[in-house]
Unconditional design. Sequence first.
Length: 123
Amino acid sequence: MRGQLHIRLSREKREGSAVLLTIDDRTWQLVASGNNAWAADRRADAEIVAAMRTGIDMTVATRSDRGARVRDYYRLRGAATAVDAAAIACAARRRRSTPPPSPARRAEPTAIGSALAEHGSAY
C-alpha cells in the first residue's frame, strides 16, 4: 500500500498494551502485533507521514512482553527526503514489475510465451 506506515518495535509488545506514536505534540494509537505496528487506517497513515515530514522528534511507546516500559526515539531530520526517496524507489519497482498490456486477441500462453511476456518480448 502506498504511504503506509510500518514501525518495527525494538521489543515484542505485551498483548493488550497500546502502542502510542508521538510526533512533537500529536499522538496516535497504532495497531500492533508482536514487534510490528501500523497506523489504524489510511487517514492516520496520511496524518502521520505528513507530521513526520515537518516534525522534529518522534517517540513510539508501549510495554514489552515482560512488562517493562519501551520507548523508542527518532530524530526526524531528513525524514521528508527519506519518504520521497522511498516513494521514488517503490514507483520504479512497480514500473519494472508491471507486465506490458495484453493484446486484444492472444493465444493460450505457454511457458516460453509467459517468460517472454514477463520480459517485455512479444510472442
